[in-house]
Design a protein around this ligand. Structure first.
Ligand SMILES: C[S@@+](CC[C@H](N)C(=O)[O-])C[C@H]1O[C@@H](n2cnc3c(N)ncnc32)[C@H](O)[C@@H]1O
Length: 213
């Protein structure tokens, strides 16, 4: 997994689907008041960049060395002391984690105030098949109820959540994982009406958790 992500690093740094999005604005607004942040599974570093622009001191982590994080680690095992960061953020990555419940538990442990998560929402079985075909490293997009379970299990109070449409370039999305030919055609079929005029509309879920007192 780690080498695969290192090989993909530059395409995730440059990706419009990752560099931009209403979810980034929302995360910055939800982090207001924090001074320090941890960006878990930083990938191309887009969350870290936006939080730094907002004045926060940010540490990044990711298991893929090619992503050039400050710290190389998985979300399931973060080498930081309890309550090290005011806010811990993880965007568009949990669907790749082997153990998302353990990852949220770990994020809650190293946060002193908030855990903020954005990920692709589960859009049904056809969507899951499309995701897996396009990228075998895809584990699962979770439903809102599953996310609520992860937050509850980590002792986080779910203060707010939003579902946001996220429209991206379909061909670029396929190209990032090298999905071509018959497989790309099948992925197109599976998404149905979600692909129109060369754009794929995904649903994203953003969750704002508060650490209990
Ligand atoms: C789609 S990219 C991240 C996008 C980035 N957070 C952003 O906002 O643009 C997914 C990242 O998850 C990382 N990753 C995969 N499995 C992981 C795990 N178990 N723990 C932490 N990061 C993981 C990959 O190395 C990759 O950098």
């Amino acid at each position: 997994m780690t080498d695969l992500w290192s090989e993909r690093a530059s395409s995730y740094v440059e990706s419009d689907a990752h560099r931009e999005g209403a979810d980034l604005d929302l995360l910055v607004s939800w982090a207001a008041g924090a001074e320090t942040a941890l960006d878990v599974a930083t990938g191309g570093g887009h969350v870290a960049r936006r939080l730094r622009e907002a004045g926060l001191r940010v540490v990044t982590c990711d298991p893929a060395p090619g992503m050039q994080p400050d710290v190389i680690c998985t979300a399931e095992h973060c080498p930081f002391a309890d309550a090290s960061f005011d806010v811990v953020v993880c965007r568009t990555a949990a669907h790749h984690f082997e153990d998302p419940a353990a990852a949220i538990l770990e994020m809650a442990r190293v946060a002193s105030r908030r855990v903020l998560v954005v990920d692709t929402l589960n859009m049904g079985d056809a969507g899951e098949r499309a995701e897996k075909l396009r990228d075998p490293s895809h584990v699962r997009n979770y439903t809102f109820d599953e996310w609520r379970g992860f937050f509850d299990g980590a002792g986080l109070e779910l203060e707010e959540h939003r579902v946001l449409p996220h429209e991206i370039d379909f061909a670029a999305w396929l190209a990032r994982t090298g999905c071509v030919g018959a497989e790309a055609d099948e992925v197109r079929e599976l998404w149905g009406a979600r692909v129109a005029a060369g754009r794929l509309t995904l649903d994203k879920i953003a969750l704002k958790g508060r650490k209990g007192s």
